[in-house]
Ligand binder design. Sequence first.
Ligand code: F0G
Length: 354
Amino acid sequence: MRYLGLLETYKEYLPVTDQTPLLSLHEGNTPLVRAENLSKELDLDLYFKYEGLNPTGSFKDRGMVMAVAKAIEEGSDTIMCASTGNTSAAAAAYAARAGLNCIVLIPNNNIALGKLAQAIIYGAKVIAIEGNFDRALEIVREITAKHPITLVNSVNPYRIEGQKTAAFEVCDQLGKAPDYLAIPVGNAGNISAYWKGFKEFYAQGKISSLPKMVGFEAEGAMAIVKGEPIADPETIATAIRIGNPASWKTAVAAAEESEGQINYVTDEEILHAYKTIAAREGIFAEPASAASIAGVMKLKREGVFRGGETVVCVLTGHGLKDPNIAIKSVNAEPLVVEDTEAAVMEAIRKLQGE
Ligand code: F0G
């Protein structure tokens, strides 16, 4: 059967009414890819929920389709968000599709090039502020409270509703709930959404157990781990460069209720995981996404797993979002040679000798 997108597929589980337009860019329905090599190495049954394969290249499309459909239903003609990049790309795309205006506020010089390109080409009004994401979100909240503009950050509950569908898919794809769900934590909306989704499926008797939710902040932005907001968050994973997560409380509740944890990973651990999944599994995810697998590697070292557990890592965004990091992190440019067979053969020998 032709896949028609999240709102059509999961309407019984979503706040979809007769008045809700069934907007779609065919978001969702992303693959659950088994990590064949790393499963062996880590002695786990390890999977990647490859959210980078959504229409704008991140999980944000799941929440955005719901939020924009409800904005249309409510008669809004303009949406607005603060973003480290992916939310703005998704907002801009769905606004374009639905014929709404879109305004995005981003931290100047701290969003990946691909994400900026998306917001611009989809036709959003892009404003870069000198402050960081947390400040941008404060400003967006102030403006949308005073003007007839719909806020589409994850503090909009429709965003969480849409995003919870990823938990449904994981369970349907595995035929059960995983033992662990590992996920990067930035503004903390997504971990809250997954936990809501798992609990709903459990309450409906669709799964007979619940996963332990393990969320990972970047060390330089680990507000929840520290227990206090961070004024100047810093990490190579710009998507999760957030010092005061809006969904802090629900993220902590997800970790506590599920007997999981919110932990942190360093930039080095993130980059190592980022390169490892590309080189060993053929999967290219952006650095923030790799926080989930970096976290699983950390828990493995800490002896958290007995062996054989089913672990799903959410890979939240596509690697192509941030090509600069990829090239910088392996410190490699292509070898440029003369256009002859001999020169190319010599180059091959040289590269193989490395
Ligand atoms: N991974 C990626 C690729 C993200 O873009 C984000 C958040 C997260 C993880 C964290 O998810 O905020 O729900 O805990 N990006 C937001 C944005 C903040 O503006 O695109 P979260």
